[in-house]
Design a protein around this ligand. Structure first.
Ligand SMILES: Cc1cc2nc3c(=O)[nH]c(=O)nc-3n(C[C@H](O)[C@H](O)[C@H](O)COP(=O)(O)O)c2cc1C
Ligand code: SF4
Length: 640
């Protein structure tokens, strides 16, 4: 069965005109001709279910929120905060066609009687933010949204920001801390000025006069389905998928599969087939399991033929979640996967519920230090004990995720989770971290989170405090770096060269040469020669970057550039490291590898920064300026 193209466009749609050419606008027109209740009836009849993870029936949710419109007009909130490990589909949808998502949200606004819309996404999603803002400008200019005002909220990078009530807290100007009240009882409020965390205390909508309106929070993919249902009808939508899970599902595949990618398949496609179709099969010999992010029990090898539907995945004791699958193959170190998943959830827990943070910390610590069986099995007993209490009194599902995911790995792999000598474990370490981008078939991970402490600081030690007690804090953590520490991914980023405009070819050629020098340095040839070449090429690179690229970057994005750090890193590298290698006589292999890593990380970081400037900030003239400047600088530097 081939991949399908209903929701996820294969090529980028960058203008409203292009969206119209692809049939855009017809769904919104059809909706505006209908009474709001008829729109809700159509969505209900289609059987569309929320794609944010829980699979809740969309029509039922819309009807509930519409009821509150009699009191006050509700808000529509687009949940574009995607941050679960192994998931990238919402960002891919926004990159490919933000108009489709916004059109769905405008239809939702008509259906529930909303006058205000918020698109909530992470401030680090630069490419998606740029695409969204361009699309909103066009939609407003062409008066698609005369009845509805659209705002963009840029939120923090915490995983919990995607939890719908935490998202509403952020949209209300506070931290990403889940509330007790669901969105249809309490929506977006005016920002508080004291910065206090009121997630647990504020009233429910309608409980007192002047209370704030309710909100309809829907996932990006859910909304991307809506316009087509209005245009083609409920029966058309149901032509693929199952009775209880109609339509298609946009999956992300990463981990131990040959290609990391996002692709759309009909609901009901087996998980095994989806891994083949989207992920190009296992990296080594066979798939031993797949995890839907960090939200559901692992699907073991013998159940890989389970159809991707909400009901079939639930029937095997797992769940579809956001359909972002971390694939494990026969070489995967399952102990590292279990420890990574537990650590991610323990760190991201906000600490409003004591057991979630306390037991989560203990589970993660225990899994990280399992190094062989103890005679009386104390470690596993402690793990099971903590797992039985971690979700007690939990306000949101994060604590249950910890319980379900770790229990399933413990049940399935038992002793293999002990990472010590003589234990059955693979040599492929898969990190359980959110994806920041997928480049050249390789997911780039948010490796900066390796340093994040459970109190949400990036210091040396965990203070033991709950993040909710430390919020708001000035230090929001270091910015993301796509290249950082991820060698495999860093290699893949070389593939982005294809997207550089013609004017940038000289710079691309220079970085290609630099990468070639780095490969030579690790290869079998003469290292002193390779080092000599690397040094002069690096000097040329630094010269061009310092005189041309960085000043221009500062001009177009003053807040973004951190030239001081960049300069300090390079001076240190050149002064200490290269000199030391040069003087030492016989080469120290570790020092050479470290040098190569550091240079790679610098050029990868520069490259991704330049790319994002080219995409988001620079106009054609500035790009030409940059290209000419680089060519001239290269010529002068080479001459001198
Ligand atoms: C810890 C946590 C993180 C979540 N992150 C996201 C997210 O990034 N995007 C999303 O759409 N839903 C996320 N959800 C689910 C939302 O709370 C909510 O169910 C969803 O936005 C509803 O939209 P839907 O009905 O269209 O699926 C998360 C839930 C939890 C518990
Ligand atoms: S369950 Fe965990 S993450 Fe969710 S609100 Fe409670 S402490 Fe925070």
């Amino acid at each position: 069965m081939p991949l399908i193209e209903r929701v996820l466009d294969r090529t980028e749609c960058t203008s409203l005109a292009a969206h119209r050419e692809r049939g855009g606008g017809k769904g919104l027109n059809a909706a505006l001709r209908l009474e709001p209740s008829a729109v809700i009836a159509l969505i209900t009849a289609s059987g569309l279910r929320g794609r944010g993870g829980a699979g809740f029936p969309t029509g039922v949710k819309w009807a509930t929120v519409a009821e509150s419109a009699a009191l006050r007009a509700p808000w529509v909130v687009v949940n574009a905060a995607e941050g679960e490990p192994a998931t990238f589909k919402d960002r891919q949808l926004l990159r490919m066609n933000p108009f489709k998502v916004l059109e769905g949200a405008l239809i939702a606004a008509h259906a529930v009687g909303a006058r205000r819309m918020v698109v909530a996404t992470k401030s680090t999603f630069r490419r998606e933010l740029a695409a969204l803002r361009r699309a909103i400008d066009e939609i407003e200019a062409e008066r698609w949204s005369t009845e509805v005002t659209i705002e963009v909220v840029e939120g923090p990078s915490e995983y919990l920001f995607g939890e719908e009530t935490a998202l509403l807290e952020v949209a209300s100007g506070r931290g990403p801390f889940p509330r007790v009240a669901p969105p249809f009882r309490r929506g977006v409020e005016p920002p508080s000025t004291d910065g206090a965390n009121t997630a647990s205390t504020a009233a429910l909508v309608g409980d007192e006069p002047g209370a704030d309106p309710a909100a309809l929070v829907d996932n990006v993919e859910t909304l991307a389905n809506v316009a087509m249902i209005l245009e083609h009808g409920a029966e058309w939508f149901r032509q693929v998928g199952s009775e209880a899970s109609p339509g298609t599902i946009v999956c992300t595949m990463s981990g131990a599969c040959r290609s990391h990618a996002v692709g759309e398949v009909p609901m009901g496609t087996s998980l095994r087939e989806a891994i083949e179709l989207i992920g190009d099969g296992p990296l080594h010999t066979r798939v031993i399991g797949a995890m839907s992010g960090v939200a559901n029990a692992i699907v073991p090898e013998e159940l890989l033929d389970t159809p991707l539907t909400y009901e079939d995945m639930a029937a095997i004791g797992s769940g579809l979640g956001a359909a972002g699958f971390l694939v494990l193959d026969d070489r995967t170190d399952v102990a590292a996967v279990a420890a990574g998943a537990a650590r991610f959830l323990a760190v991201e827990s906000c600490g409003q519920c004591e057991p979630c943070k306390r037991d989560g910390r203990a589970i993660a610590a225990r899994l990280a230090s399992l190094d062989g069986p103890t005679p009386d099995g104390d470690d596993v007993r402690e793990l099971r004990d903590r797992l039985s209490t971690v979700a007690n009194g939990a306000r949101c599902s994060l604590a249950t995720q910890q319980q379900v995911v770790v229990t399933s790995l413990l049940d399935r792999f038992g002793d293999a989770l002990r990472a010590g000598p003589g234990r059955p474990q693979g040599d492929l370490v898969l990190e359980v971290l959110p994806i920041v981008d997928i480049v050249g078939g390789q997911a780039l991970l948010e490796t900066v989170l390796r340093e994040k402490q459970p109190d949400w600081t990036f210091g040396e030690h965990d203070s033991g405090s709950a993040p909710v007690d430390l919020w708001p804090r000035d230090d929001m953590g270091p910015p993301l770096s796509v290249a950082e520490g991820n060698q495999q991914a860093a290699k893949a980023i070389a593939g982005v060269h294809d997207t550089m405009p013609e004017a940038m070819r000289p710079l691309v050629a220079l970085t290609d040469d630099l990468r070639h020098d780095l490969d030579r340095l690790l290869g079998p040839g003469d290292r002193r020669d390779a080092l000599h070449d690397l040094r002069s090429r690096l000097d040329l690179y630094v010269d061009v970057m310092q005189r041309i690229v960085h000043p221009l970057a500062l001009r177009v994005a003053p807040g973004d550039a951190d030239d001081a750090a960049w300069n300090a890193e390079l001076s240190e590298l050149r002064a200490e490291h290269m000199a030391r290698i040069d003087e030492q006589g016989p080469f120290d292999d570790r020092a050479v590898t470290e040098l190569v890593e550091r240079v790679r990380s610098i050029i990868d970081g520069d490259e991704s920064r330049i790319l994002s400037l080219l995409e988001d900030r620079m106009d054609a003239l500035e790009v030409d300026d940059l290209g000419t400047g680089v060519s001239e600088a290269l010529t002068t530097s080479q001459r001198s």
